[in-house]
Design a protein around this ligand. Structure first.
Ligand code: ZN
Length: 244
């Protein structure tokens, strides 16, 4: 730990310390370039992420998460892959949570000290979002039954962001009547629901039941979407006829 003297500005001292920890290139020269404050105050070490200057493990954890995830989420095509999808807001938010490590799956619970909850209840592997959505044998059997082209290849996908990007290529197959509504957001939604029902209610859906629920929900959403579109069209037409 570095303790600088005669600088008189606590934020500056902490900033130097943090920079030194991150970047070990010539710290002595960097420190010597700083112009000391004219105020005659005592130097002290402070933790910049907290307004109070006190270190807390919570702020440290938040900082660590920010530094590891921001570069991934900054480059992710959020509009194409999440917010502009023809799917309900609750499912879009669920995808957003999945991408941001906000789903309480086993790997997340493990970081909070809950070791007993870390394994997948179906296969015993570590439960990560990617495991739940793609690599778990149960998820793989669901993917096999989904009527779509260009499904993700589990051997080449390494993260949820990769998975969602690869999903953009998928095309629904007839005769399921799914229209333009993507099927995969509902697949993830129902895998999550099936996982929670298994853990909290000790009940299990078969692969066939789960696929049926997915297709039924996509169809319902597509019908609702089409109905709203037609309603808006006729409303606009009536308004046009009324004003001429
Ligand atoms: Zn599993």
């Amino acid at each position: 730990m570095i303790r600088c003297s005669s600088l008189g500005r606590t934020g500056l001292v902490a900033s130097i310390c943090l920079r030194f920890l991150r970047d070990t290139k010539e710290p002595r020269d960097r420190i010597l370039q700083i112009v000391p404050s004219s105020f005659d105050k005592q130097d002290e070490l402070v933790w910049l992420p907290n307004a109070s200057g006190d270190y807390t493990s919570k702020s440290d954890y938040a900082l660590a998460r920010l530094s590891t995830q921001s570069h991934i989420t900054d480059q992710f095509p959020w509009r194409k892959s999440v917010w502009n999808l023809n799917t309900p807001p609750k499912v879009q938010t669920f995808l957003w949570r999945s991408m941001n490590g906000a789903l309480p799956v086993g790997s997340v619970l493990l970081t909070r000290g809950l070791h007993a909850e870390a394994k997948c209840k179906r296969c015993g592997e570590l439960e990560t979002p990617l495991h739940l959505f793609l690599t778990c044998p149960f998820a793989a059997r669901i993917w096999d039954r989904i009527p779509a082209l260009f499904k993700p290849d589990a051997s080449t996908i390494t993260s949820v962001s990769n998975l969602l990007i690869s999903n953009m290529r998928m095309i629904n197959l007839p005769p399921t009547g799914l229209g333009t509504s993507p099927i995969y957001p509902w697949l993830y939604w129902h895998l999550w629901k099936a996982r929670n029902i298994l853990i909290f209610e000790d009940r299990s859906w078969t692969e066939a039941e789960l696929v049926l629920k997915i297709i039924k929900d996509v169809r319902c959403w597509e019908e609702k979407f089409y109905f709203e579109k037609m309603k808006n069209f006729f409303f606009s037409l009536n308004y046009f006829l009324f004003i001429i």
